[in-house]
Design a protein around this ligand. Sequence first.
Ligand code: PGA
Length: 256
Amino acid sequence: MKYVIANLKMNLVTAKECDRYLDALTQAWKVYVQSDAVKLIVCPSPFFMERFAQKLPAGILLGGQNMFWEEKGSFTGEVSPQSLQDSGVKAVICGHSERRGFLGETDEQVALKVKAAIDHAMTAIVCVGETAEEKEHDETATVIAEQIAAALDFVSEEQLERVIIAYEPRWAIGTGMTPSSEDIMQTRIVIQKMLIKKYGTEAASQAAILYGGSVNASLMDEVCIKADMSGVLVGKESLDPAELLKIIGALTASGA
Ligand code: PGA
């Protein structure tokens, strides 16, 4: 299975903007030749989750951008995993670098969110990635290995199918810069080795590992297909449904 995750971030901030987007996506989706082998997951703001749940075209899955790990209680401003599940969310991004960077989200918190997602019958989309400085110091493999080990702390072998890993170098997010396909492949191998060590070859070989960071349709060959990734996590380009569909088209055309 291949995946395209559309991370709308804190864009589409009014009902009107959401509706315009949903209309455009519905139109684009109609002409897209759907493939069972590629899943599109759209992650809007939790504030408009119900709206997206009602209006997303059939065949597109609803995703969350984040959530808290406890189900309910005195956690001011947080979003409950149960609320997401109840809204029809099938997958949730855990540990996006914007949350790690701006809000100080830790590996331990990411692990709890991954567990909460799985406990609420959702797939955890686990984001890992090195900073520019870490890359410069050749620390990518170490950093990624540490983040993976921490994030999957509570995940059992049977639960691994509920996990999607997204390799998103922090320096590539929203910058227009991307790693070479060789570098992406190297990191994929690091992640796969970690998974094999913890879960064995069979379970690990099923795990989806995506690339994210400045993805657009013309880069799909380089950042996804050549690097043998299971899909992409898309920020900016996902705000234009026509571009998003081009990205999916590129993945489908690759024989996904
Ligand atoms: P970008 O964002 O595609 O705008 O670089 C990707 C992400 O943050 O996941």
